[in-house]
Design a protein around this ligand. Structure first.
Ligand code: HEM
Length: 242
């Protein structure tokens, strides 16, 4: 058990049976799948089809990596490959039809997904200290990388014990963190252009200083809400000792 989870105790609420025909969860899942694939295509694939120098001509972070040491570049590419694999595959794992009709496929996708998370988070830990967002980038992205690894490990341990409910809960938390690659790229333009609402000029630096935390903290809160709503093992702080 990690230091974080030792502080909090599990709460099991009554399972919620979701009628198979309900439309809202399907729309939500389709939205998550399509946005995840769009970010893989738009943000990750270009790193494997063009050089950093070529990518630097368009807006983005690629220019910051030109001339960085080889081990930072290796970590960046491993991070992007692992993260993109996890982002593209993760949503499929929440598709009940796949889990029930092809459990072997679910298991194999799960193994590849967790490998992507492991490689992506270790790569992320190496590049976090070089982030454009300075110390905020270092602390925000490093915390995200550690939580990404730990929640993936807890999900794996839970299913090895055949504890399906805990496995689902940890996978919801883990994919909520993976999905921060999407939410970051939604928050960032919103925050860059928000100053226009009060008559000020768009500001990339100010917006980028917030995303290392804003990209994933709301996702975790949403994940915990979803876990409780589905009656899966959730968490609450233990009562204070008197
Ligand atoms: C969830 C844990 C993740 C962590 C901790 C993390 C961390 C980082 C860090 C520290 C950077 C460098 C940012 C900078 O230079 O300021 C970065 C860049 C990048 N990450 Fe991640 N990341 C995560 C997830 C993902 C995922 C799932 C993808 C999949 C698409 C991804 C794709 C990228 C790309 C493409 C870049 C290069 C910068 C850009 O062009 O946007 N990351 N990440």
């Amino acid at each position: 058990m990690t230091g974080v989870t030792r502080l909090i105790e599990p709460v099991r609420t009554a399972p919620v049976t979701t009628p198979t025909g309900r439309v809202a969860p399907r729309i939500g899942w389709t939205f998550v799948l399509l946005t995840a694939l769009a970010i893989v295509a738009y943000a990750a694939v270009p790193y494997f089809t063009a050089s950093l120098e070529a990518l630097s001509e368009a807006p983005g972070l690629a220019a910051d990596y030109v001339g960085k040491p080889a081990f930072v570049l290796a970590a960046l590419y491993l991070h992007i490959a692992g993260g993109a694999t996890a982002l593209a595959l993760g949503a499929l794992q929440f598709w009940r039809g796949l889990r029930t009709r092809a459990p072997r496929v679910h298991r194999w996708i799960g193994r590849i997904y967790l490998l992507g998370v492991a490689v992506g988070s270790l790569g992320g830990l190496v590049i976090a200290p070089t982030s454009t967002a300075g110390f905020v980038g270092f602390f925000g992205f490093s915390t995200l990388a550690v939580l990404w690894l730990v929640t993936g490990w807890r999900a794996y341990r839970a299913i090895r014990r055949r504890d399906v409910a805990s496995h689902q809960a940890w996978m919801i938390r883990n994919y909520a963190l993976t999905y921060s690659a999407v939410t970051l790229r939604i928050w960032l333009p919103l925050m860059i252009f928000a100053p226009l609402l009060v008559g000020q000029t768009p500001d990339f630096d100010n917006a980028y200083a917030a995303v290392p935390f804003v990209a994933w903290l709301p996702n975790l809160v949403f994940a915990e809400w979803l876990i409780r709503r589905r009656g899966l093992p959730s968490y609450r702080l233990p009562p204070a000792r008197t």
